[in-house]
Structures are given as C-alpha cells and as structure tokens.
Design a protein around this ligand. Structure first.
Ligand code: SAH
Length: 239
C-alpha cells in the first residue's frame, strides 16, 4: 500500500514522467483533479477506480480534509493509489498538506515530481525564462487570493527583484497585479505573454504588455510570463 503523489505535467501526456506513467499503469485507484486530461487518465487500468476530487468553477469545492480522507482510506485499505496533480505536486498544489496528512495517518507515500506549468507554459510559447548575461532569475508567484482579503503577495517588492516573473492562478486578477507591478517600478511596456491550456490542443498564446494585459481577456487556466524575455518567440527567430 502506497499513495503516490504524482505530477501529471501541464497537459500533454508526453510530458508525464516515465515513473508517473509506470505507476499509473499499475495502480488500483486514481484520485484526480479537474485539469487532468483524459489521455493521461486513460493510462490507468480500466479496472482502476477513478475518484474526481476537482471542482468545476462555481461548484462547491471538495474540501482538502475530504481529499485527505479519500487518500488515507484507500491507502489503509491496501491499495496502490495515484494522486494525480496537474504540473508538479509541490507547486501551488497542496502536495505538502496531503503528504503531511498521509504521514500523520501512517500511510506510506512517495512524491513523483512533474513538469510545472510555470516551466512548460513559457516553453510552449517559445519564451525563455532566463537569458545568459541578461536575465538571471525567475520568480514564480500565485495570483490567487482568498475572496475579500488583501493579497498576501508583495507585488511591488517582486517588481524590484528583476528577472522574469511567472504568475499562476491570476486570470481573474491580472489587471490589478499589473498595476501593482508598475507601481513597483516595472515599465508599462514590459512584455507579457499569457498561455492558456499550454501543451494541450486548446493552447492559446496572447502577447501583450503590462499596461494592456488586464484588458486582454485571458481565461483560466493561464500562465502569465512577465519580463523582457516574454517579448521573445524562439519559434519566430530568423534562421
Ligand atoms: N501544480 C500546478 C499548478 C496548480 S495551480 C503546476 O505545477 O503547474 C493551477 C494553475 O496552474 C492555473 O491557474 C494556471 O495558472 C496554471 N496552469 C495549470 N495548467 C496549465 C496549462 N496547461 N496552461 C497554462 N497554465 C496552466
């Protein structure tokens, strides 16, 4: 009995790790979120139980306690359980909480990293995150905030760090975030590339600037890449 916290990657089944694919192919139970693509779920045996703990926008979310309870219960029953998570399990995915709950209940678990959309979405749009001699860092930030509360993120400080800024979970708030980044010193014409459904057949790329991104109408699930390299498209470089 083991619960595997498996990163599914950004969407394209080819970007699931070999280890993740092996575990999926022999599991008894798959516990997955809304963003898990059907091609990846199809890698599990037909006989495997599939538990969808994702929420459609607007639906009541399945609480983290309930998800933990499903993992613990299936694990203690002696099953091989794959807890499939979009991207990487430890990047804005509550993998840490699930690991703690499993450890507390005495259920063996293993973490299998995945390719985060923070890395895959820029690559899919042809945007390098760093550039030798020019861009020395990238910062990955969540744009999510609890309704009614102030952002826990100091966007003005992030504007001053330099390098590329990658923002997840921000489609609904990107205009306000862009304002704060400009207040922190980023130029209004700083390039922004937004990638929705990266690496899937629904992928859309919007190339814009910090001052205009709020009006661009980018829909979730989107990754925003902000900084000088967001103006590059390596697929369009002169040969
Ligand atoms: N653990 C995931 C992130 C979960 S938070 C990871 O490492 O990728 C969910 C957010 O991830 C979405 O709001 C969006 O910002 C981003 N995301 C997930 N899949 C994506 C995709 N295919 N294309 C673009 N962004 C994606």
């Amino acid at each position: 009995m083991t619960v595997y916290l498996v990163g599914a990657g950004p969407g394209d089944p080819g970007l699931l790790t070999v280890r993740g694919a092996e575990l999926l192919a022999r599991c008894d139970v798959v516990v997955h979120d809304r963003l898990a693509g059907s091609a990846i779920l199809d890698m599990a045996p037909e006989s495997a139980e599939r538990v969808n703990v994702g929420k459609a926008p607007g639906d009541a979310p399945v609480s983290q306690e309930d998800i933990n309870a499903v993992l613990i219960e299936r694990g203690l029953a002696g099953h091989e359980v794959v807890r499939l998570k979009g991207g990487d399990p430890f990047v804005f995915a509550r993998g840490g909480e699930e690991a703690q709950a499993l450890a507390g209940a005495g259920v063996p678990f293993e973490v299998v990293p995945g390719i985060s959309s923070a890395l895959a979405a820029p690559a899919a749009a042809g945007v390098p995150l760093t550039m030798r001699h020019e861009v020395f860092s990238f910062t990955v930030v969540t744009g999510h905030q609890s309704p009614g509360s102030a952002s826990p993120v100091d966007w003005r400080a992030i504007a001053k760090v330099g390098g590329t800024i990658v923002v997840l979970m921000a489609a609904a708030r990107i205009g306000g975030i862009a304002d704060e980044l400009m207040e922190g010193g980023l130029a209004p014409d700083t390039p922004v590339t937004a990638v929705t459904w990266a690496t899937t057949d629904r992928q859309e790329v919007v190339r814009t600037t910090l001052v205009e991104v709020g009006a661009a109408g980018v829909k979730a699930p989107a990754t925003f890449v902000i900084g000088s390299t967001a103006g590059i498209d390596i697929n369009q470089l002169p040969q």
